[in-house]
Design a protein around this ligand. Structure first.
Ligand code: FAD
Length: 493
């Protein structure tokens, strides 16, 4: 455990973390292995148990912990998952237990052994927070805002804080400061105040909105434990999920891109649910007892703040979690990316120590989060009216290939398995271009080309003035075998 570790690349010292949510807690856990003291400064007062707090308004919405995130969190806190399962969380197999309507059709159901952890965000955060709180080197400073940084030569030497009750202002000195204050991080402004350039920012905004509600779970409704209906932009803007959470509850989440925001009134919510590509979600929740109001959420754009590109790095200052890179949440990558950030910090501290840590950490983090970025922003570029950056040439060029992978994954379990591993971040997106998938995609494409050639040849023959009836007969006999895919273009995934 962290409190037993004596390796301190900072020779003891004090580390300060801004924000006590997932990214801040996980960073705190790593820092406790390297610093004598770790202070996590959080503007909220934490609830006694799993509960809502203002600083994490997204906790009212579905939060899935992907397999890669599960693995990292369990390594950092052995036994955490067992405790969560005892508290009512569930492990959902991504194919066997999961009814998944992709843009191309329903995913096949089979035992994938790629489970994700499903419980409320509030329970998960509480369980992690309790574990971090039990590390003697860590202390929380609650109801306290970080308002700026203190400069020291080429680096940062502390944080300015304001205590919420009473408004006392203080400076806390630290050898390392980690910003994990989420999407609305002020770190760029704090650095500007110290004379640093702000980081460039890449934004892709599909104007996605969420509306969510908790229901009492019905007894047995189906052979699935969780349901996901994806949108299929540009034409189909609406999606929805129904996932189990502890306490015998469901959480239902509706989402709409391109400004097609789901309503938060009862009638509008149900009407939106009914309008999804399958009525399954609507049919399941329509008779259930609601246990919460309907909550909306719209701050969902993808952003990347390129701290790795700063020409002058602020020594002793790092940015992680949503503060550095945040995604359209429908892909469920945020907490796993926070965990990857913690792992990146661990590697950077272990292998390299403090010298030049800031620049090296930010570069590593940018690399480590680029897969999640590609996945989320690549899909969002399909949305009509998407705002911000334009898709890269690679994204545009690989789109038809990706469409074929998606379609193939509905009938080929090996391809589906690889796709699920990519979604769960246990494999990089390049796995979809590996030999197994590529060979199958190319074979399908070749068959389609063959079919469309046949189609155009036979139509020319049938329209030609001098057509030979014998030839026409021959062509129909030698058509590609039944079971080959139709030649019409695949509709956008
Ligand atoms: C609608 C929605 C659904 C999502 N669903 C999923 C999902 O299914 N799976 C998944 O993995 N991720 C999901 N996410 C993303 C996930 O919520 C975040 O990626 C995750 O919480 C990590 O964020 P963070 O810790 O960096 O920031 P946050 O969770 O935003 O926390 C920031 C913390 O910093 C504190 N703070 C802010 N400013 C200051 C300051 N100046 N001083 C002191 N404290 C401060 C805040 O109070 C807060 O506690 C979803 C997000 C949204 C919006």
């Amino acid at each position: 455990m962290s409190n037993e570790t004596n390796s301190s690349s900072y020779g003891g010292g004090h580390a300060l973390v801004v924000g006590g949510s997932m990214a801040g807690l996980l960073a705190g856990r790593i820092l406790a292995d390297h610093f004598e003291r770790v202070t996590i400064v959080e503007r909220d007062r934490f609830p006694e148990g799993p509960g809502f707090r203002k600083g994490v308004p997204q906790s009212r919405h579905v939060h899935v912990l992907m397999t890669r995130g599960r693995q990292i969190v369990e390594r950092l806190f052995p036994g955490l998952e067992e405790g969560l399962l005892e508290a009512g969380a569930e492990l959902i197999d991504s194919a066997e237990d999961f009814e998944f309507l992709t843009p191309a059709g329903f995913g096949p159901r089979f035992r994938s052994d790629i489970p994700f952890l499903q419980c409320s965000r509030e329970l998960l955060e509480f369980a992690v927070r309790e574990r971090v709180a039990s590390i003697p080197r860590v202390r929380f400073l609650q109801k306290t805002d970080v308002t700026g940084l203190l400069a020291n030569g080429e680096g940062v030497a502390g944080a300015k804080v304001r205590v919420r009750d009473g408004g006392t202002k203080e400076v806390i000195l630290a050898e390392l400061i980690v910003d994990a204050s989420g999407r609305n991080s002020n770190a760029a402004g704090w650095l500007e105040e110290l004379g640093y350039e702000p980081p460039e920012e890449t934004v892709v905004d599909s104007r996605l909105g969420y509306a969510s509600r908790i229901y009492e779970r019905s007894e047995v409704v189906s052979d699935w434990k969780a349901l996901l209906v994806q949108a299929a932009p540009p034409d189909v803007t609406r999606g929805g999920v129904l996932y189990p959470i502890e306490g015998g509850r469901w959480i239902a989440g509706l989402s709409g891109v391109g400004g097609d925001y789901p309503p938060t009134d009862e009638e509008g919510f149900m009407e939106f649910a009914r309008s999804l590509r399958t009525p399954m979600l609507y049919e399941t929740i329509k008779g259930l007892k609601p246990l919460s109001p309907i909550h909306g959420f719209r701050a969902t754009r993808n952003h990347r703040r390129h701290y790795e590109k700063l020409s002058r790095q602020p020594h002793n200052f790092l940015v992680t979690g949503d503060a550095a890179c945040a995604f359209n949440p429908v892909y469920g990558q945020g907490m796993t990316t926070a965990a990857i950030g913690a792992e990146t910090l661990e590697e950077a501290l272990r292998e390299q120590g403090p010298t030049g840590l800031s620049g090296r950490f930010q570069k590593r983090l940018a690399k480590a989060t680029s897969a999640a970025w590609l996945l989320a922003s690549g899909q969002d570029f399909r949305v009509r009216g998407v705002e911000g950056a334009s898709p890269s040439a690679a994204t545009r060029l690989t789109r038809p290939y990706m469409d074929r992978v998606m379609q193939l994954s509905l009938k080929d379990l090996a391809v589906r398995h690889i796709l699920l591993e990519v979604f769960h971040m246990t494999k990089p997106p390049t796995a979809m271009f590996g030999p197994v998938v590529a060979a199958k995609v190319l074979r399908e494409a070749a068959m389609d080309i063959g079919k469309s050639r046949w189609a155009s040849l036979s139509s020319r023959l049938s329209l030609g003035k001098e057509r030979d009836p014998k030839e026409v007969g021959k062509s129909s006999e030698t058509q590609p075998p039944a079971g080959g895919r139709a030649a019409e273009p695949f509709k956008a995934a």
